[in-house]
Structure formats: C-alpha cells, structure tokens
Design a protein around this ligand. Sequence first.
Ligand SMILES: *[C@@H]1O[C@H](CO)[C@@H](O)[C@H](O)[C@H]1NC(C)=O
Ligand SMILES: *[C@@H]1O[C@H](CO)[C@@H](O)[C@H](O)[C@H]1NC(C)=O
Ligand SMILES: *[C@@H]1O[C@H](CO)[C@@H](O)[C@H](O)[C@H]1NC(C)=O
Ligand SMILES: *[C@@H]1O[C@H](CO)[C@@H](O)[C@H](O)[C@H]1NC(C)=O
Length: 435
Amino acid sequence: MTLGGRMQELHLLCWVVLLGLGQACPEPCDCGEKYGFQIADCAYRDLEAVPSGFPANVTTLSLSANQLPSLPEGAFREVPLLQSLWLAHNEIRTVAAGALAPLGNLKSLDLSHNLISDFAWGDLHNLSALQLLKMDSNELTFIPQDAFRSLRALRSLQLNHNRLHTLAEGTFTPLTALSHLQINDNPFDCTCGIMWFKTWALTTAVSIPEQDNITCTSPQVLKGTPLNRLLPLPCSTPSVRLTYQPSQDGAELRPGFVLALHCDVDGQPAPQLHWHIQTPGSTVEIASPNVGADGRALPGALAASSRPRFQAFANGSLLIPEFGKLEEGTYSCLATNELGSAESSVNVALATPGEGGEDALGHRFRGKGTEGKGCYTVDNEVQPSGPEDNVVIIYLSRTGGSEAAAAKGVPGQQPAGLLLLGQPPLLLLLLLASF
Ligand SMILES: *[C@@H]1O[C@H](CO)[C@@H](O)[C@H](O)[C@H]1NC(C)=O
Ligand SMILES: *[C@@H]1O[C@H](CO)[C@@H](O)[C@H](O)[C@H]1NC(C)=O
Ligand SMILES: *[C@@H]1O[C@H](CO)[C@@H](O)[C@H](O)[C@H]1NC(C)=O
Ligand SMILES: *[C@@H]1O[C@H](CO)[C@@H](O)[C@H](O)[C@H]1NC(C)=O
C-alpha cells in the first residue's frame, strides 16, 4: 500500500471515529437501543473500573459480574439520565459520597452480592425516584436512621444477608410507597433497641416474606429466635440524677479537698456513662469508668498518670481528689442506651465566705457570712433567667470547729452530705472556710 493510501485510510478512520461520537460506547461494552431505552451492557467483562465514553443519554447500565473494587465520587457523571443501574456481583467495598447522588432519575439500583461496608447513605437522599433498591449480601453493619428519608417512591427494599445488628426506630417510616421488604439473615441483637421492629413488622401493610428468617443472633439465650416471637422486654430510656458529696465527713473544707459527684442512672438496658467536664482551661471527655474500684487508671484508659485527676468509677461516682480553682467548671454526666440518652450538669465554683467571686461561666456571686449559725450562705447575684441559673446548693462551713462540715440545700432540704440536684445545669457553690 502506498503512503497516500495509508493516509487516506487514516483519514477515513478519523471520520468514522468522529461521526461515531454520538453513538460512542466504551470499548468493552455494547450499547444499543431497545424499547426506547438506551442500554449500555458491560456485564461479565472483568472490569476493574467504571469505563468512560458512554452516550450521555444512557438510561440502563449493567456492570454486573465484574471486579469493580469501589465506586468513586462522580463514577456515573457521564450518565445523569440513568434509570437502571446494575452492579451486582462485583467486589465493591466502598461507595463514596457523590458516586450515586447525581443519579436523580434512578429507579432501580442493584448493589447486591458485593462487599459493601462503607456506603454513602447521604447519596440516597438525592435518589427520590428510586423504586427498587437491592443491597442483599453485603457487609453493611448499620443503617442511619434517616437513610431512607427521601425515598418516597421506593417499592422494594432488599437487605438480606448483611451484618446489621440493630435498626433505628423509624428507619422505614419515610418509605410510604414500600410494599416489599426483605431483611433476613442479619445478626440481630435482640435487645430493647429492636423491639419496635417486631411490633412494626407485625402491623405494617408492607409485605415481609419469610419473617421466621429474621432472627436473633444475640444475646445467646435468644440465638435463632425469630424476631416476631420475641417476648416483650422491660425497656426504658435513661434518666440521670446528679448528686454531690464534699470531702471526708468530719473534715473542714480546705483547698485541695475531694469533691465527689455521683451520677445516679436508671434505664434498661443499663446505660453507658460519659462525663463531659468544661473548665476554663480545658475540656475533658471521659468514658466511664476510667479507673478501677481502687482509683487506679484502667488499662487502656487514656490517663496521664495512674491516678487520674478525674476518677470516674463504674458505680457512677466521679471523684476529683485535688479540687481547686483549676477544677472549677461545668460537670455533665451523660447516660446513653439504645433507646436514648439523658444528661445532667452541675456548675461548680469555689468561693471564700464574704468575698464572693465568679464562676467558670462568668456569673458573679457574693458570699455572705451568717456565722451566728455556724454556717455561710451564698447569694447568687445572677438573676435567674431559667432553671439553669439557679443556685441550688449552699455550702455550709465552719472554721476551726470539730463539727463536721455540712452541706445543705436551699431552705430546709436534705441532711448533710448528699444533695440532690434538680434540673441541669445547676450552680454548685462551695464555700471554703477562710483560714
Ligand atoms: C441517544 O442518543 C443517540 C445519539 O446521540 C440517538 O441516536 C438515540 O436515539 C438516543 N436514544 C434515546 C433513547 O434518546
Ligand atoms: C441530585 O439530583 C439532581 C437531579 O435530580 C441533580 O441536579 C443534583 O446535582 C444532584 N445532587 C448531587 C449532590 O449530585
Ligand atoms: C429461611 O430459613 C430456612 C431454614 O433455615 C432456609 O432453609 C431458607 O433458605 C431461608 N430462606 C431465606 C430466604 O433465607
Ligand atoms: C463508688 O465507688 C467509689 C470507689 O469504690 C467509692 O469511693 C464511692 O463512694 C462509690 N459511690 C457510691 C455512690 O457508692
């Protein structure tokens, strides 16, 4: 062949490529039109990435049975008109935020038989046309409570064979068009948190086939029990009460005394306790307990010393062994179980009788000595603007006496020692005897 002939052939090739642009199709795929749908078939191609070069009007894309390891952001940017996307039987572990969100016309999405543990649930908020969502046989461990909030057209949801331990109450409530749900074969933890689902499943109009296959994996005694046969459990949301106790009974309060706060918690199942401490200089978060019964840091607890500055015991007590100016601040205890959480706070400030001061929140107060009774009371100068500004605790102290330092609430309250604090957060004023 002459050189000229070759050039001509090349030109021809170029023209074919250019003309073909409208009908472009990624090399490994087959594109075509059927029943008015523009279909791109890339199934069974050993693909390790979503190919590029699709016609912009593709409405059906099959990438099933490939080796895609993930779906990155913008993976389907080229095909915003997609209505059906088939991705079953790949090796997808991660679906990144922004991978699916542009597909606002999507009606069917099949992600089953992958390894997805990391899923961009937020992207579903943009898929308001979705009617079918298949995510069976993946490694999903949880579903955010609001994951399905925009899927008002969804008719069928398949979540069989994942690693779901629980379901947040109300997860399926936004799915007003749902007619079919499959959620078999997940390792459900049959505690209070899932009881709502049993009730919902028994009463909903949604078809949930093979309900006997929705079973408990834990606790051990319920292993294998279908959710729909669970007996009612005693369940309650947490409640907390904060009480405090000054240092050793019978001792005067001197700087460096031990302050004990006690977080009295109720709730079923037993709530997890967490302390949040806000001092002027720092914020401290403590997952309770951080010390053993002997006050020594638990192995694994992030403590600078073997005897932490704030000792959170498993019984709900928080001891602050060297209470001083640096420890002034707001102490909050938060109790959480699978049904909810509750919090109570106390604002602790030190004052010297007769002098007053300012607490960590900047509230000014004045100490007032009424020594005739062998005790001091404190007036809070802050006008209560709500329950949170109330000074509820008055610390009573006497100098030099052998009698115990006593604690007392506002007029005629509990005996010395333990005080009950009402609504959070309260201001706890500790009056130090002047020395
Ligand atoms: C998609 O676009 C191609 C060319 O750009 C056109 O031939 C085809 O008819 C279109 N298909 C649909 C379903 O609109
Ligand atoms: C959501 O979908 C619409 C089309 O329905 C699109 O215009 C928008 O960009 C999408 N949002 C994101 C974050 O991709
Ligand atoms: C339901 O459980 C039975 C017994 O374990 C099993 O044979 C059947 O395949 C299960 N069905 C589904 C859809 O998982
Ligand atoms: C909790 O345990 C600690 C350490 O054993 C103890 O000092 C504290 O008094 C206990 N609290 C209550 C309320 O029993």
